[in-house]
Write a protein that binds this ligand. Structure first.
Ligand code: HEC
Length: 126
């Protein structure tokens, strides 16, 4: 009886640890829902049009401010940033804190989970 309890307990610990590792990376399906907040200004499909903001196809791994046919702020065009999980996280948390003169008028995603999920979603746009 006692041993059985230990086995159950260990299994429970193992399960909860692996669950937290999986969620740390972000969930693209949930991120697609978060992205509804971005859709007013951004398209995602390949060759999609620029709206208020640039098309975001293939944005992860790309240099910031370089989408053809879109007129960026000077701050973005000359930032020299490459978009990866880290820079996107900092930018999306509070765009104007990360890049003072960006023209992206978006207050930011306060919840870390929302940012992780939306970045996971952006990573699927290849
Ligand atoms: C109100 C419109 C608006 C909303 C909402 C918005 N953006 Fe933007 N976004 C912009 C504009 C405008 C720019 C260009 C900024 C500049 O040139 O300084 C931009 C730029 C970006 C860039 C940099 C693109 C590049 O080519 O370097 C990323 C990444 C981005 N937005 C992601 C998002 C995400 C993700 C969301 C939702 C969480 C979002 N944006 C919500 C308007 C918006």
């Amino acid at each position: 009886m006692k041993t059985n309890h230990w086995i159950t307990l260990c299994a429970a610990i193992a399960l909860s640890t692996s669950a937290s590792i999986a969620s740390a990376a972000g969930d693209a399906a949930k991120g697609e829902k978060v992205f509804k907040k971005c859709k007013a200004c951004h398209t995602v499909e390949e060759g999609g049009k620029n709206k208020i903001g640039p098309n975001l196809h293939n944005i992860v791994g790309a240099a910031a401010g370089q989408k053809e046919g879109y007129k960026y702020s000077k701050a973005m065009a000359n930032s020299g940033i490459t978009w990866d999980a880290e820079t996107l996280d900092a930018f999306l948390k509070k765009p104007k804190a990360f890049m003072k003169k960006t023209k992206m008028s978006f207050p930011g995603l306060k919840k870390e989970k929302d940012r992780q999920n939306v970045i996971a979603y952006l990573e699927t746009l290849k």
